[in-house]
Ligand binder design. Structure first.
Ligand code: PGA
Length: 240
């Protein structure tokens, strides 16, 4: 099971102090062979975090990248090669917070292909808005996102899908279990070997309900991942 922490635009160097607790927990956790932890901090923390997590088997990822895998005159941007260079092994692409700011499926496709070329593993986010859900367009939206997002991607071995309904991110709302089972099944049917995570308001209170959905391969965790105790609680409760 994957437990991926998305710190979003939170955290400075002193936030790294909280990792000690997670490193210690992970080391002593009996089921740790079954658990893969990945932290995706802001880009400024990738290097120092990688150093801190050295030898812990916890990996580091980025939250986005530019679509061009070569250097170029793109002020303010960072590409996948640069992220890899400072220690990232993964990158989140297609997060709804970036889609809402204009990132298209086509651009996401370019980003995914560039990240794979640079040797990063991709956490590819998809999800419908509340309006699309209301209009019963969920499956159509997800299909489009996946189809265009993975266009010309021949090998999906280094891709994990994170299903994150936009209406559940940061709201405390989660999908009904039967709906979630169906959606995950739908995604897996399209791409046989893909792992599918759930993301959106995952916390220590709802994790028991979520973990009972047996086709989920893990979780993408925003808010709760910034709190070491909550993050650890989520992992513990997944296994008992
Ligand atoms: P949340 O965020 O857990 O705070 O809802 C999830 C995400 O945006 O990846």
């Amino acid at each position: 099971m994957y437990f991926i922490g998305n710190w979003k635009m939170f955290g400075g160097l002193n936030s790294l102090n909280s990792l000690h607790r997670v490193i210690k927990f992970y080391k002593g956790f009996k089921r740790n062979r079954l658990v893969k932890i990945i932290y995706c901090p802001p880009s400024t923390l990738i290097r120092p975090m990688s150093k801190k997590l050295k030898n812990s088997r916890i990996e580091v990822g980025a939250q986005n990248c530019h679509e061009n895998e070569n250097y170029g005159a793109f002020t303010g941007s960072i590409n996948s090669k640069m992220l890899k260079d400072v220690g990232a092994k993964h990158v989140i692409i297609g997060h709804s917070e970036n889609r809402q700011r204009g990132e298209s499926n086509k651009k996401i496709n370019n980003k995914i292909r560039s990240a794979l070329k640079s040797g990063l593993k991709v956490v590819f986010c998809i999800g419908e808005t509340s309006q699309e859900k209301r209009k019963k367009k969920t499956y159509q939206v997800l299909s489009n996102q996946i189809k265009t997002g993975l266009d010309k991607v021949k090998n999906t071995r280094n891709i994990i899908i994170a299903y994150e309904p936009v209406w559940s991110i940061g709201t405390g709302l989660i999908p009904k279990s039967n709906e979630l089972i169906k959606i995950i099944h739908f995604i897996k049917k399209k791409y046989k070997n893909l792992k599918v995570l759930y993301g959106g308001s995952v916390n220590p209170k709802n994790i028991r309900e979520l973990k009972s959905i047996n086709n989920i391969d893990g979780f993408l965790i925003g808010g709760a991942s910034q709190d070491a105790k909550k993050f650890i609680d989520i992992i513990k409760k997944t296994y008992n």
